[in-house]
Design a protein around this ligand. Structure first.
Ligand SMILES: [Zn+2]
Length: 169
């Protein structure tokens, strides 16, 4: 049983996050005010060697994706991380399989992370409309960032991507 499921089954203790639907799009939101470094969710799923549209990269050739045999409804409960949107100014980041709050997060604020901090190469690149001053524009993955953009993300970068920072000097 995943940590997320355990949280749901304890009625006294509300999970820190929930999947909500806004304008027909799913997103992840905080269910209450959260302090910096709060554990938001633990990445559960099937390990796959190739990135997919919804997978999260956890190693050089290791990605976590949703198991395909689940119903849509079950998948929403099991894999809330699939609904995490990207932002170039995120309020969360991955440390291994844990998603942590990068700063204080307000109740019902959307939870986002920077896909460029986990994905070396996105399976499905897209144009970002996050509105951040330092928005990277087209989100294609870490390898497509300039060295300056890579270094700027050093503190929230996935461990396996830090190797490339050192190589860049
Ligand atoms: Zn952006």
């Amino acid at each position: 049983m995943s940590q997320y499921q355990e949280n749901q089954s304890i009625s006294q203790e509300t999970a820190a996050i929930a999947v909500v639907r806004v304008d027909n799009h799913f997103r992840v939101a905080a269910t209450r005010p959260l302090a910096q470094d709060t554990l938001l969710l633990h990445l559960e799923g099937t390990r796959v060697p190739q990135a997919t549209r919804y997978s999260v990269q956890v190693g050089l050739s290791e990605h976590v994706d949703a198991a395909k045999d689940k119903t849509h409804e079950a998948a929403l409960d099991l894999y809330p991380w699939r609904c995490l949107n990207h932002s170039c100014r995120p309020n969360a980041y991955f440390r291994g399989h844990d998603l942590l709050a990068l700063r204080k997060i307000e109740a019902w604020e959307q939870i986002t992370f920077d896909y460029n901090t986990t994905e070396f190469e996105l399976a499905t690149p897209f144009a970002c409309s996050c509105g951040a001053a330092q928005c990277c524009g087209l989100v294609r993955g870490f390898r497509h960032l300039t060295v300056t953009e890579q270094v700027r993300r050093a503190s929230i970068l996935a461990d396996y991507l830090c190797v490339f920072l050192n190589e860049a000097g």
